[in-house]
Design a protein around this ligand. Structure first.
Ligand code: ZN
Length: 107
């Protein structure tokens, strides 16, 4: 599977384990441009919401949910894993590099 693109240099330098490690509190550095990368709070928390769906359903007393407690939780973990990987964008504090750098004229 391809790496994820750095929001600063646009190079695909962020591996899956690194993407899963990064959070609003834990920052990582792009190996290409050394930009500091993290995720925003709102998308990160939204991506983790499926973790709680199975738990809430079973605690609300749905009989089917109580019987399949572990399965609902496993589905929540898998859903949160994919949401976090593919829908939580990396952000950086520095401005993105322009794709075609302007040529500077001397003087
Ligand atoms: Zn980069």
């Amino acid at each position: 599977m391809e790496n994820f693109a750095c929001p600063h240099c646009r190079k695909k330098t962020i591996s899956i384990p690194k993407k899963l490690l990064v959070s609003p509190l834990i920052t990582i550095y792009c190996p290409n441009c050394n930009a500091q990368l993290r995720t925003s709070w709102v998308p990160s928390l939204l991506a983790l919401a499926p973790l709680y769906v199975g738990l809430v359903l079973s605690r609300l007393g749905f009989e089917i949910a109580q019987r399949m407690d572990w399965l609902l939780y496993l589905c929540g973990v898998v859903a949160a894993f994919f949401l976090y990987l593919f829908f939580v964008p990396l952000v950086t504090n520095v401005e993105p590099l322009k794709s075609a750098p302007e040529s500077k004229t001397p003087g």
